[in-house]
Design a protein around this ligand. Structure first.
Ligand code: SF4
Ligand code: SF4
Length: 174
């Protein structure tokens, strides 16, 4: 049985003076093109990033970020909790004593229930805004605060009757 073996050997290309000059020209052209793009982005293009946290984005007034309930004007109607598609609003309220002083929300709605708990689990909230839409006293609003990351899911439950919540709100909402 005959076997034929084919071998090819590539001869090195001869480097002429003309090719040497062409190589140099191509190298200079490629580096110049790359540096041109770099310089364009360094000097000619406005940056799209900011130096956070030294510089902060100012969100539009109507942005839907962290919720705030001005609990003094909440009439415990539960409408927000009913509207919430993910059931992340927890309210506990009891009927006010009939002899207790009459209370009204800032828009004149009578407050007939004592609010004992108003908590929103922001880890579940999808920021749809439905709860704020149905609130009859407009005490539940979105703020523009987007800096409320926490280390645990439990810390994402915000108690709007807690004493520090108004301090937080005054810091954020001007
Ligand atoms: S914004 Fe939407 S998901 Fe979040 S608490 Fe309100 S209704 Fe629920
Ligand atoms: S809809 Fe408004 S007033 Fe009613 S329970 Fe919710 S926050 Fe309070």
């Amino acid at each position: 049985m005959n076997t034929t073996t084919l071998t090819t050997t590539r001869q090195p290309e001869e480097l002429t003076f003309k090719k040497w000059l062409l190589n140099i020209f191509r190298a200079v052209k490629t580096v110049s093109k790359g540096m041109g793009i770099t310089l364009k982005y360094v000097y000619g293009v406005k940056p799209v990033t900011i130096e956070y946290p030294e510089v902060r984005e100012i969100l539009p007034e109507n942005s839907r970020s962290r919720l705030f309930n001005d609990a003094e004007n909440c009439i415990s109607c539960y409408q927000c909790a009913v509207a919430c598609p993910v059931d992340c609003i927890y309210i506990t309220a009891t009927k006010r004593d009939k002899d207790a002083p009459k209370l009204k929300a800032s828009n004149g709605n009578p407050i007939r229930l004592d609010l004992h708990q108003y908590t929103i689990d922001t880890a579940l909230c999808c920021y749809c805004g439905l709860c704020t839409t149905v609130c009859p006293t407009e005490c539940l609003t979105h703020t523009t605060d987007y800096e409320f990351a926490q280390y645990t899911l439990d810390s994402m439950k915000y108690d709007y009757l807690a004493p520090d919540i108004r301090a937080w709100r005054d810091r954020i909402v001007k």
